[in-house]
Ligand binder design. Structure first.
Ligand SMILES: Cc1ncc(COP(=O)(O)O)c(C=O)c1O
Length: 484
């Protein structure tokens, strides 16, 4: 009776499955936006998309398609060359093919009996990633929803490892000790805010995060790190982890991992490297050296929904010594008993903070197979050269200031004429509201700045010139309006 609703080998299911997939492809191709964005504000989107959410009976197919078309047309076109605000990538076609298989198979990565082949693929790909990062043999990993979850896991394991090793305290059994307020994590001023989020969620509070100064290229200063660790120790505080960033969100800058790892080792701190963005450079012959020292990390975040061109969500957390997953290991009678583990059955729930989990690894696996390492490397290198090209153009613009030489795919700059902060903010907002471009904005040393993030290797130099002309014109319009 319900066969036509579900994916199966049933004849009705097969017919209906094809109809849904065909309709999805058709609507997507018919309505995918020509520009970066339709320019709607939240209120007009509510008007356009409101409608009965849970009708008693199915809505007519034509009406459903029309609603889907509206939604598609009012989405951000991630593959448009003038969409350059965030680490928000256009997606590889093999990954889209894999997404269909992932959803239809609906394997759940928590236990082997829900995902046998998928478990093996995830393990193999994590092994490959650990090898790429140069982690030693007992390393292992798990797929995550992204950089925030991976950073959370890094801080969680670092905290509990420190408590066990240094304070002989079993946090898994007893929760946090009374002195937990003394714990300190170090990361640079340019590190991602998910470090603070992790500290909040892990009961350490914002007080636990010490931000370390950066140099003129927005890389963590090892001398500041050393000094801040000593300063924290003086009143009896307890440094336990350093988070180095390989590819900062705003600047794409790379902290000097080797120097940081030396300081971390001497001070007995866990080194987590947030390579959510810059980890992609592991594939690049040209830029790989920016990640030197990554093999010395205790744990690593890597995201594939950034510079590996995967659909959201797709990330990984890599751990140099897989035995440390014990810190979060829990057994459940219905899922992953100790007997199963003793029999060598890999129930991956023991490595994750989640239970039910999608088989995201398949899209990366399919992309690796279909594209190959050389093409991947060329596409990743292209992001870096686009950012360098944009920087060279910006440096030549009158009234604009370039804040850094890009190391990867981001360029931060600003209109530096009169009323600069207001003009910079207005440029990004006006371009978004008019749907002409989606560009980034940020604040550097208290000043409003603009940011271009190149995630699309198909973008051309000419398109970058056009985008910069648009930004210049928008600045001029804004200045004129302010004087009118
Ligand atoms: C360096 C870095 N780390 C972590 C994150 C968080 O990743 P996600 O948004 O996948 O949680 C980001 C996001 O941009 C990032 O740039």
């Amino acid at each position: 009776m319900f066969d036509s609703h579900f994916f199966s080998r049933h004849k009705k299911s097969i017919e209906n499955y094809r109809a849904w997939i065909d309709a999805g492809v058709e609507e997507l191709l018919a309505s995918y936006p020509d520009g970066p964005y339709a320019g709607d504000r939240p209120a007009s989107l509510v008007d356009a998309l409101r409608g009965e959410i849970l009708p008693a009976a199915p809505v007519p197919t034509a009406e459903l398609k029309s609603r889907l078309r509206t939604l598609i047309a009012k989405s951000i076109a991630v593959s448009h060359p003038r969409t350059a605000a965030h680490l928000h990538t256009p997606v590889l076609l093999p990954a889209l093919g894999a997404e269909m298989i992932i959803s239809a198979l609906n394997q759940s990565m928590d236990s082997f009996d829900q995902a046998p082949a998928a478990t093996v693929v995830e393990e193999l790909i994590c092994e490959q990633l650990c090898r790429l990062a140069g982690l030693p043999r007992p390393a292992a990993g798990t797929f995550t929803a992204g950089g925030s979850q991976s950073n959370y896991m890094g801080v969680l394991l670092a905290r509990d490892y420190f408590l066990r090793k240094r304070w002989n305290w079993n946090a898994r059994e007893k929760g946090l000790p009374a002195e937990a307020g003394h714990l300190r994590i170090f990361c640079s001023e340019a590190a991602h805010f998910s470090v603070e989020k992790a500290a909040i969620q892990l009961g350490l509070g914002l007080q636990s995060v010490v931000r370390i100064g950066v140099d003129s290229a927005f890389r963590m200063r090892p001398d500041h790190l050393k000094q801040q660790i000593e300063t924290a120790r003086a009143p009896g505080l307890a440094p336990f982890a350093v988070v180095a960033t390989a590819g900062t969100t705003d600047f794409g800058s790379f902290d000097p991992i080797n120097a940081i790892s030396e300081i971390a080792r001497e001070a007995g701190l866990w080194l987590h490297v947030d390579a959510a963005y810059g980890g992609a450079l592991l594939l690049s012959e040209k830029h790989r050296s920016k990640l030197d020292g990554l093999n010395r990390a205790d744990s690593i975040s890597m995201d594939f929904h950034k510079a590996f061109f995967q659909p959201i969500s797709c990330g990984a957390f890599l751990l140099s010594d897989k035995a440390r997953f014990d810190l979060i290991r829990v057994h459940a009678d219905y899922l992953n008993t100790e007997e199963r583990e003793a029999d060598g059955i890999p129930d991956l729930v023991t490595r994750s903070v989640l239970t039910t989990r999608r088989f995201e690894a398949l899209k990366l696996w399919t992309s690796f197979q279909a594209v190959g390492r050389e093409q991947f490397a060329a596409m990743i290198d292209r992001l870096a050269s686009l950012a360098q090209f944009a920087a060279s153009q910006i440096a030549a613009l009158e009234n604009f200031e370039l804040l850094h030489q890009p190391e990867f795919g981001c360029v931060v700059f600003r209109y530096a004429g009169g009323r600069a902060d207001g003009v910079n903010r207005a440029i990004a907002q006006n371009l978004f509201d008019s749907g002409r471009a989606v560009i980034g904005h940020t604040v550097v040393n208290g000043r409003a700045c603009l940011k271009l993030t190149f995630c699309n290797p198909c973008t051309t130099e000419e398109q970058i010139r056009d985008l910069l002309r648009l930004i210049e014109n928008c600045a001029a319009e804004e200045v004129l309006t302010a004087h009118a």
